[in-house]
Design a binder for this molecule. Structure first.
Ligand code: NAD
Length: 364
């Protein structure tokens, strides 16, 4: 425990990456629940972010993940134009082995104990059905099923938002907000990727895909026979004549090996944490590749779960997600003006919105 405490205290009070408002360590001995709820910021409103259920190698790793992910949510929510701060929770353990109704209910009581400072939702290892259980103990839950007042699957709006980010990239680079006549490679055609392919085909793009799951590829080819499938993401990034690369599988896809091999002029996709390490955004810029920051273009999902808190309305959500087009364009413009990569410009804009909100509160 000494290590965990040292790690939390260091990150909270001394690290430059810190600045979290609150970190709650939760334990329920009866159900075996061990969780960490991290509230990074409530400058813009109640902290909003999902619950990750994952078999972490150590408790320290779990705490570090909660701190990093909650910080990321502050930035994402700020640039999505939401009146929400950033938070995230992690439940330690293998969901396949330890997830029970009793454990989720115990977790719900901890969420409730924060009185709305933190609102939870789904993330890796938690699903709509789990939020339906958690919400029996707390009203500060979103991402529920339609039967429980929720909005259900968020991938439709996530894909729509990514498409808006891609249209903005096309506008910035080629002068028109369309992918018509462009060749777009989509890596991962799961829940988000397959909706994205629909938008691209309807817009007149030539689409190339890859996925490790044969059935995901088959589903696309059955619907759009003109789409071409390649063996893997390595083949996709090297595809001749590719204009846009859309990572829609796992994070970390842009790294020291893939960036030099990319044939595309734009990277814009749904995956979280696409840049494998700090500095990759500069490598992309040096190669003349326009990078639409992941957390900006994939915010359609969080826009949806935030809307659910006010009684879900699809058209209102879609209108909000449409603004991803303007936000992405504004980021490119700031990046050019300030001579920094778009990822840095996005962070600055998010920090500015949070600082203004804090300033406004002081003045009030
Ligand atoms: N679903 C949302 O609303 C949402 C919101 C924001 C961000 N994201 C992010 O977008 C990404 C996709 O989310 P999703 O909900 O579509 O997930 P998903 O699991 O439905 O789809 C991912 C797809 O990628 C494929 N895949 C996995 N590894 C691969 C590899 N190495 N090469 C090629 N394909 C591979 C999988 O087989 C699957 O079909 C994730 O990184 C997720 O965190 C999703």
């Amino acid at each position: 425990m000494t290590d965990v405490t040292d790690g939390v205290l260091h990150t909270l009070f001394r690290s430059e990456q810190g600045g979290h408002e609150q970190v709650v360590l939760c334990q329920d001995r009866t159900s075996g629940l061990k969780a960490v709820i991290a509230v990074h910021s409530t400058a813009l409103g109640p902290a909003l972010g999902g619950t990750r259920f994952y078999p972490y190698a150590s408790e320290e790793e779990a705490v570090a993940d909660a701190l990093n992910l909650s910080r990321g949510m502050s930035y994402k929510n700020a640039l999505a134009g939401l009146d929400h701060g950033g938070g995230k929770a992690v439940i330690i353990g293998d969901p396949e082995k330890i997830k029970t109704e009793q454990l989720l209910l115990a977790y719900g009581r901890f969420v409730d104990s924060l009185g709305g400072r933190y609102v939870t939702a789904c993330d890796v290892g938690t699903y709509v059905a789990d939020m339906d259980v958690v919400t029996r103990e707390s009203r500060w839950v979103t991402g529920r099923s339609p039967e429980n007042g929720g909005a259900g699957d968020s991938s439709v709006l996530t894909a729509y938002g990514v498409f808006q980010g891609m249209r903005a990239s096309a506008q910035h680079l080629w002068g028109a907000p369309t992918l018509s006549g462009r060749r777009v490679g989509v890596a991962g055609v799961g829940k988000v990727g397959h909706h994205l392919v629909d938008h691209l085909v309807a817009d007149g793009a030539t689409v190339v895909i890859t996925d490790v799951r044969e059935e995901s590829v088959r589903r696309i080819l059955d619907r759009h026979p003109q789409v071409v499938a390649v063996a893997d993401s390595d083949a996709l990034i090297r595809t001749e004549g590719l204009d846009v690369y859309a990572p829609c599988a796992l994070g970390g896809g842009l790294n020291d090996q893939t960036v030099p091999a990319l044939t595309a002029s734009v990277v814009c996709g749904a995956a979280n944490n696409q840049l494998a390490h700090p500095g990759v955004e500069k490598d992309l810029e040096e190669r003349g590749i326009l990078y639409a920051p992941d957390y900006v273009v994939n915010s359609g999902g969080v826009i949806q779960v935030a809307d659910e808190l006010h009684g879900f309305d699809f058209d209102r959500c879609k209108a909000k997600a449409s603004k991803i087009f303007d936000t992405t364009l504004a980021i490119f413009a700031h990046a050019k003006e300030d001579g920094v990569p778009p990822a840095a410009a996005a962070d600055r804009l998010a920090e500015q919105r949070m600082a203004e909100a804090r300033g406004g509160r002081r003045g009030a």
